[in-house]
Unconditional design. Structure first.
Ligand SMILES: Nc1nc2cc(Br)ccc2s1
Length: 247
């Protein structure tokens, strides 16, 4: 997978050089290209923003630098078309399902904005011939879209074949389609069996895999009911067995 990111703070993406994503890049699973938006300005101050038409607070990012930058990124592979992802509090929710959809894309182009956002004509221009998604990572406002891109690149990158290795199946993730869809993961434990007078739940030491699976599902249901009751309400009743309903 190729990922392009255009930003006025490309240094925000240094974390993509380390850990899981960094290793995926070293192994050629992920090909990340960072671009400084100001490279497509032509004035001495490298201006990327201006006052909003119609008045109002803040500044809006000018269309020209973005248009020239996106055109040059698209020219990197004229035969292909990236899916453009615009982080914004006004977008559709970023979910595990959308992360899985993005993980199947050969090429993503992220356009994190600052200020009040990008002149709306930019995505109207590209939306006429490319998939352009406005995506929110949550109901809060950041100072810019860069952190949102880091979140999405990690959530997508870890799903790519070979990134997590055999130790971990993404099928067991919270929110993953299937048994864990709309369920939060329950508690986890490791050695020592007793820590500060606290014991590991007996069932987990029993070696009885069926009972362990049942206990883990019960704990996932309990945690979901406590922390995200709306997810429980959205569960397909068909996916609940008679034991689940007893809880
Ligand atoms: N939650 C989010 N806040 C922001 C702020 C800006 Br400015 C750009 C993108 C996003 S996504």
């Amino acid at each position: 997978m190729r990922i392009d990111i255009i930003s006025i703070f490309p240094e925000y993406f240094a974390p993509l050089d380390v850990s899981l994503i960094g290793k995926a890049r070293e192994r050629g699973i992920l090909d990340v290209h960072l671009h400084q938006l100001r490279d497509w300005t032509h004035d001495v101050h490298h201006t990327v923003d201006d006052t909003p038409y119609g008045g109002g607070p803040g500044m809006v990012m000018k269309p020209d630098p973005w248009g020239e930058a996106i055109d040059d990124v698209l020219a990197a592979d004229p035969a292909a078309r990236p899916r453009i992802v615009v982080p914004t509090p006004s977008g559709v929710p970023f979910t595990q399902k959308l992360a899985m959809e993005y993980a199947a894309e050969p090429w993503l182009l992220f356009t994190p904005a600052r200020y009040e956002g990008i002149d709306s004509r930019v995505m109207a221009e590209y939306g006429s011939r490319l998939r352009v998604d406005e995506v929110s990572i949550g109901d809060y406002v950041l100072a810019g879209g860069e952190v949102a891109v880091l979140v999405m690149v990690e959530a997508v990158g870890r799903l790519l074949p070979g990134v997590l290795g055999n130790a971990r199946s993404v099928a067991d993730d919270s929110f993953a389609p299937g048994a864990m869809e709309n369920l939060l993961e329950g508690p986890v434990y490791t050695k020592p069996p007793r820590w500060r007078e606290r014991e590991v739940p007996e069932i987990l030491l029993s070696g009885h895999h069926g009972k362990i699976a049942r206990w883990r599902r019960d704990e996932a249901l309990r945690r979901t009911a406590k922390n995200r009751p709306e997810l429980l309400a959205a569960l397909d009743p068909q996916s609940l067995d008679k034991h689940d309903r007893r809880l």
